[in-house]
Design a binder for this molecule. Structure first.
Ligand SMILES: *Cc1c(COP(=O)(O)O)cnc(C)c1O
Length: 316
């Protein structure tokens, strides 16, 4: 039925050095782990951190005998896209509860979700806010169940477990790094990475969202007893918040692609690399530091962004 053994035999995603003058001038060695190239299923949706976060959840669903996944997300959500693609690739039925009215014309994310067989259920924003409510979840269970529930954004303990493997995989490939840098939304990938890191490492999470709630979120996810790994959320490279777009960021993404041939998305990885370059130039990192930037994926989101704003950012 499900071909979940695939989950465990994939090649590690490649790590490449970025030979940038701004890194050389600061005396740091900058690498990027191209987890966006770790792709499961067809299309761009199931890659990077969304894949890492789903992996153990899919195994849990199977071991609980549940053949349906239900989750929540916005209309452009990378997580919705990834769950839909995982359903198609591994033989789960999928239900996506989408925040807001059904749009007249479906964006690429929703089209892709439907083509993967996901059942989309549009709910008002007020209703959507009740997604943690036990009463509503029971009602969903009666309507669509039984299902394996994945939270919005896919962050739970099993997601952290999958993300933690990123650190071990990286170490096996390239030895230890002084810094890991990544984009953070819910903070789940960051928390998992912190748990997987060797003592002495510092993890820097660049928030894709406006506000300063992430530090607390990550603490909460980590719980007690996380010692030896320093970490920090950096809050000032959100470019106005989730899914806002600003010309300097778009220019950065285009230039980065021209220089290194690596596509970045404007919601997550673009902001992270932009911020990381600033931090390197401002001297945050001592000379001799080995820095690993994690490309968490997000490629499917570029399609929707391009369509929405009439852009042509590259996806490959
Ligand atoms: C979802 C996503 C993130 C955020 O991951 P969290 O675990 O929610 O912090 C970062 N990068 C990309 C490309 C994503 O799709």
């Amino acid at each position: 039925m499900h071909q979940l053994n695939h989950l465990f035999n994939h090649e590690p995603s490649p790590i490449e050095q970025i030979k940038a003058s701004w890194a050389e001038q600061a005396g740091v060695a900058l690498y990027i782990k191209r987890d966006e190239l770790l792709r499961m299923g067809s299309g761009l949706a199931l890659c990077g951190n969304k894949w890492r976060k789903l992996k153990y959840n899919l195994l849990a669903a199977e071991s609980q005998g549940l053949s349906r996944l239900l989750t929540f997300g916005g209309a452009y959500s990378n997580h919705i896209a990834a769950v839909a693609a995982a359903g198609q690739a591994f033989g789960f039925d999928t239900v996506g509860i989408i925040r807001g009215e059904q749009p007249e014309i479906l964006n690429p994310t929703l089209q892709m979700a439907i083509s993967c067989g996901m059942q989309l259920v549009y709910v008002s924003r007020a209703q959507y806010r009740l997604r943690h409510d036990a009463g509503w979840q029971e009602q969903l269970l009666r309507e669509y169940g039984p299902f394996y529930l994945l939270p919005e954004g896919g962050t739970n303990d099993l997601a952290l477990k999958g993300a933690a493997e990123l650190a071990r995989e990286t170490e096996q490939q390239q030895g230890s790094f002084d810094y890991y840098c990544l984009s953070a939304g819910t903070g789940g990938t960051m928390a998992g990475l912190i748990q997987g890191c060797a003592p002495g490492t510092t993890v820097l999470g660049f928030s894709a969202l406006k506000g300063s709630f992430l530090q607390k979120e990550v603490s909460k996810l980590l719980g007690e007893g996380q010692e030896g790994v320093a970490w920090e959320v950096i809050n000032h490279y959100h470019f106005g918040g989730y899914a806002k777009h600003q010309e300097p960021l778009l220019r950065y993404i285009r230039n980065f692609y021209q220089a290194y041939g690596i596509p970045l998305d404007p919601i997550y990885t673009g902001k992270m690399l932009y911020g990381l370059q600033q931090e390197i130039e401002q001297g945050r990192f001592p000379a001799g530091s080995r820095i690993l930037a994690l490309h968490t994926g997000g490629l499917q989101g570029i399609l929707g962004f391009n369509e929405r704003y009439g852009m042509d950012l590259p996806t490959a």
